[in-house]
Design a binder for this molecule. Structure first.
Ligand code: SF4
Length: 159
């Protein structure tokens, strides 16, 4: 792991370097205090809902999502999940960006079809956990750090 993976610069005037928690999508993490949290606002860029990575679905996640969609557990699993190495995960849409099956495009802003029953993994990002490359893709985190938008920026508004 290289230093740039582990450290990010704070906005000027604050202490120089702080460690960014290292976490894979499967490693539980005790969240250390992070000064960015107070200022963070989600920009709905959708970058956490696209690309590499996947959403683990606990039994509780499955039950809540199925209820919101008025489906049985079995119907929900067949329509939206696949079996990963450790259990059920959400499928992606069949697009080039590997979008989450529930990601919507609300005139260029990311939305979630099961927002009221969001899986725990999604609901706790980025405060409860975050991958170590979060500053590469999260527009909200980068704004707090006074960094320009990430390379893959907001979703394209529909025409
Ligand atoms: S990547 Fe960050 S700013 Fe973008 S939608 Fe996810 S939480 Fe919000």
């Amino acid at each position: 792991m290289s230093a740039p993976d582990l450290f990010v610069r704070l906005p000027s005037g604050k202490s120089p370097l702080i460690p960014v928690p290292s976490r894979t999508y499967h490693t539980p993490m005790t969240r250390p205090p992070w000064p960015y949290d107070r200022e963070f606002k989600c920009h709905r860029c959708g970058n956490c809902c696209r690309g590499d990575g996947y959403v683990d679905m606990t039994e509780s996640d499955i039950a809540r999502a199925a209820q919101v969609l008025a489906m049985t557990r079995q119907e929900f699993l067949l329509a939206y999940c696949q079996y990963g190495s450790d259990g059920y995960i959400l499928r992606d849409q069949e697009d080039e960006e590997q979008s989450c099956i529930f990601l919507t495009n609300d005139d260029g802003l990311a939305g979630c079809r099961i927002h009221e029953a969001k899986p725990e993994q999604c609901a706790t990002f980025p405060f409860g956990w975050r991958p170590r490359n979060v500053m590469q893709f999260c527009e909200g985190m980068r704004a707090v750090a006074r960094l320009p938008k990430p390379a893959r920026s907001s979703m394209t508004p529909k025409k």
